[in-house]
Design a protein around this ligand. Structure first.
Ligand SMILES: CC(C)(COP(=O)(O)OP(=O)(O)OC[C@H]1O[C@@H](n2cnc3c(N)ncnc32)[C@H](O)[C@@H]1OP(=O)(O)O)[C@@H](O)C(=O)NCCC(=O)NCCS
Length: 210
């Protein structure tokens, strides 16, 4: 008998995966991006990034529904299990890949668009100065390399890449690569013909990021 959308199991699943096929898409994203990944089952069972994102769905739901302490408790349990600290208030888009997840911090007001990827040691944090929106926004298709810190309410434009170990303190335009401390643009769409040619078709994708 088909399960009604209001039964407890369906409700619980809809907290973790908002849409049908979202978990499948997440596992496929890992498979696409990680040449070492052999099967979706292996990814589901062994990848801490997957566990952290799925557990964040639960803590984010608790946070949004006013269960603030339970949300923090749940996110701390997730942190102990995975080495990845995602504040329950953070907003995370679809197919978010965390490769080699460990030592990652994602702050309360961080917003991450669809199809983003980060590596181990990334901080999406505050500068310690602001209140309110004080953590970064990553638009769609952003990559943040290992050990990089993106600090403050800055926006990293879509299809942009933050090099490993960079410290980003200012907004990053779309289609740019930034590197260094403090991070500077080392490559932009003008330097990359292939990206420039495809940018028109990609532009729609930039608009829908959070
Ligand atoms: C930034 C990155 C994506 C390369 O992007 P790219 O657009 O292809 O850029 P390039 O490799 O052509 O480098 C452009 C310039 O930035 C410099 N650069 C690249 N990565 C850098 C880094 N992490 N720190 C400082 N400078 C860096 C290059 O030396 C080059 O400088 P030059 O023009 O003076 O020679 C890549 O270097 C990177 O950091 N990837 C992160 C991957 C990662 O974290 N892997 C962990 C796996 S476990």
């Amino acid at each position: 008998m088909p399960r009604s959308s209001s039964d407890p199991l369906s409700s619980a699943l809809s907290v973790i995966c908002h849409e049908r096929g979202e978990l499948h898409d997440l596992l496929c994203a890992y498979q696409r991006r990680d040449p070492a990944a052999r099967s979706r089952l292996e990814i589901f069972l062994l990848y801490p990034g997957v566990h952290a994102v799925l557990m964040h769905r639960v803590s984010h739901w608790l946070w949004r529904h006013g269960f603030r302490f339970l949300a923090r408790l749940h996110s701390q349990i997730a942190r102990h299990m995975t080495g990845i600290e995602i504040h329950p208030g953070a907003q995370i888009g679809k197919r978010f890949v965390i490769d080699h997840g460990m030592g990652i911090v994602i702050g309360e007001t961080a917003q991450i668009g669809n199809d983003c990827m980060i590596y181990h040691g990334v901080t999406l944090g505050g500068t310690g100065k602001g209140h309110g929106k004080r953590h970064p926004t990553l638009k769609n298709h952003v990559m943040v390399g290992c050990g990089a810190a993106v600090l403050g309410p800055v926006t990293v434009g879509c299809y942009s890449r933050v090099a490993a170990q960079a410290v980003v303190l200012h907004d990053v335009p779309n289609y740019a690569t930034v590197a260094g401390v403090p991070a500077k643009v080392v490559r932009s769409v003008r330097d990359n013909d292939e990206m420039a040619h495809s940018s028109a078709s990609l532009r729609d994708d930039c608009d829908c990021g959070k």
